[in-house]
Design a protein around this ligand. Structure first.
Ligand code: FES
Length: 150
C-alpha cells in the first residue's frame, strides 16, 4: 500500500492503495467518481477514458503510481453544471442510447477538439476509433463533435 494525494478535478484527493491499482478503480471504488466506466479493462474500448494533463488516456491501464502528481480530469470535472460545449452538443444531438460508453466518448471528443479545433470527418473517425459504442451512435457522435467545434 502507498499514500497518494491525487489531483482530480481541481481538488486534492488522498488515497491509500496498492501502487499498481488502475486509476479506473481508484476513481470508482475509492473516490466514488463512477461516471468513468469499466468496459474491457484492456485499453480496447475507451469506456474508461479520462484526461491526464488534458490528454485522453485509458484509466484501466493507468497505474495510480503513474498518475500521482499529475492533473486528472474525469467526466464529473469537465464542467460544474454539465454545460461544457461538448456536453451541450451531446444533448442537442441526442447522442446517447444506452449511455454506457458516453463519458469516455465525451472525454475523447474534448481531447480531440483541444488538439484539433476544427476536425474533418476523417480526423474524427481516426481520433475516436478507440471509443467503441455497442449501440452504434457513431453518426451522432460525429455530428455532436462537429457542432461543438463551431
Ligand atoms: Fe479501459 Fe475498455 S475499460 S479501454
Amino acid at each position: 500500500m502507498a499514500k497518494y494525494n491525487l489531483k482530480i478535478n481541481g481538488k486534492v484527493r488522498p488515497v491509500e492503495v496498492d501502487p499498481a491499482t488502475p486509476m479506473l478503480w481508484v476513481l470508482r471504488d475509492h473516490l466514488d467518481l463512477v461516471g468513468t466506466k469499466y468496459g474491457c479493462g484492456m485499453a480496447q474500448c475507451g469506456a474508461c477514458t479520462v484526461h491526464l494533463n488534458g490528454n485522453a488516456v485509458r484509466s484501466c491501464q493507468l497505474p495510480v503510481s503513474a498518475a500521482a502528481g499529475q492533473e486528472i480530469t474525469t467526466i464529473e470535472g469537465l464542467s460544474a453544471t454539465g454545460d461544457h460545449p461538448v456536453q451541450k452538443a451531446w444533448l442537442e444531438h441526442d447522442v446517447a442510447q444506452c449511455g454506457y460508453c458516453q463519458a469516455g466518448q465525451i472525454m475523447s471528443a474534448v481531447s480531440l477538439l483541444k488538439s484539433n479545433p476544427n476536425p474533418s470527418d476523417e480526423d474524427i473517425q481516426a481520433f475516436m476509433s478507440g471509443n467503441i459504442c455497442r449501440c452504434g451512435t457513431y453518426t451522432r457522435v460525429r455530428a455532436a463533435i462537429k457542432a461543438a467545434a463551431q
